[in-house]
Design a protein around this ligand. Structure first.
Ligand SMILES: *Cc1c(COP(=O)(O)O)cnc(C)c1O
Length: 348
């Protein structure tokens, strides 16, 4: 039975990416050494990392005005690194808080003594004179997205963990963008940080792995970098380029999401109450409004090979994460299972 992984993270990896990783694992580029054991000071590694960076720059049209960093600690460590590098401990920052991950970013900023942290609920509440306004482009848990940015008079920093490379954003609209790799860019253990070089200064009071300026100077290697994560991300970038890049996958993501939202909207059993212009393409939440039915559905889906459809524990219900690597066949199968479940459980 084909298994389709709808997990919100770590997310599904494309089949060709997994196959390439498997076929190369014992000998990286004919070296007789695995990518798991090559030195990060070797030219083998350096060429691989440089290519991954170049491919990401291509995919997102990132100019040399921006550094591209591959860092340990996931998106969560960037919740702390972003303020420490871009506002130090004396700055003024604001957070657009529309979800649980945004709340985590606020909490991390609030731990920094001296930093002035404002929390806002809407863009039009943005204060003036900010070091940055932090936004979360896609609320992974709630299933909502900021698809286009309004005009705001503040430098924007975005946590793009769950929709980077899934829909087009203009890097030039941001002073920094960051994302954990394990949702749409590969495997867990790394964050990608894209940051305007003009914003960087040497924060030598920080650990080397937290100091963006130093990480940029040292090509993300002040210490041993997450070699396998960078390698896997490089494979994902090549795969995405071979499909036609972000615009192509964006069309596919829109089609897949439309199929599933149509099914939900036309169903007498499943519901999603999010206004259509805010609906996420990557994390689609739905519910029957009945906990018992929800768990029956999740079990029925798992039996059909559709795994990890359980919603986040804070929200309950279901969540189907349709990251770039989800094949359309997985969405079709999910819809089939939903229709069967609905006809088996028609009320009255
Ligand atoms: C998953 C997620 C994170 C946390 O990522 P880690 O790499 O696990 O630290 C942060 N922000 C958003 C929006 C996420 O979806």
């Amino acid at each position: 039975m084909t298994v389709y992984n709808f997990s919100a993270g770590p997310g599904v990896l494309a089949q060709p990416v997994k196959e390439q990783i498997q076929s190369e694992l014992m000998s990286f580029q004919g070296s007789g050494m695995s990518v798991l054991e090559i030195s990060h000071r070797s030219s083998l590694y350096m060429e691989m990392a440089a290519e991954a960076e170049a491919d990401l720059r291509d995919l997102m049209e990132i100019s040399d005005e921006y550094a591209v960093l591959f860092l340990p600690g996931g998106a969560t460590l960037q919740f702390t690194n972003i303020p420490l590098n871009l506002a130090r401990t004396t700055g003024h920052v604001a957070y657009l808080n529309q979800g649980h991950w945004a709340q985590k970013a606020v909490d991390a900023a609030n731990k920094i003594q001296g930093l002035q942290v404002d929390e806002i609920k809407q863009f039009d509440q943005t204060p003036t004179g900010l070091d940055y306004l932090h936004i979360t482009t896609n609320n992974t848990i709630e299933g909502t997205t900021i698809h286009s940015l309004p005009d705001v008079k503040a430098p924007i920093v975005a946590d793009m963990s769950s929709n980077i490379l899934a829909e087009p954003y203009q890097i030039n609209d941001f002073d920094a963008v960051y994302a954990g790799a394990q949702k749409n860019m590969g495997v867990a253990g790394m964050a990608v940080v894209i940051v305007k070089r003009a914003r960087l200064e040497n924060c030598s009071e920080l650990s080397d792995v937290m100091n963006y300026w130093l990480e940029d100077q040292k090509h993300s290697e002040p210490n041993t970098p997450p070699v396998f994560c960078i390698y896997a991300a490089g494979k994902v970038f090549k795969w995405l380029k071979s499909l036609g890049g972000v615009d192509t996958i964006y069309q596919q993501n829109k089609e897949q999401a439309a199929m599933l939202y149509d099914e939900i909207d036309n169903s007498g059993l499943f519901k999603n109450d999010i206004p259509t212009d805010q609906r996420s393409l990557t994390n689609i939440v739905f519910t029957t409004n009945d906990d018992q039915l929800n768990s029956q559905f999740i079990s029925a889906a798992a039996e059909a090979g559709l795994t990890n459809l359980k919603g986040h524990r804070l929200l309950g219900g279901m969540r189907a994460s349709l990251y770039n690597a989800m094949p359309t066949a997985g969405v079709t199968k999910l819809i089939e299972v939903m229709q069967k479940f609905e006809s088996d459980h028609k009320k009255g």
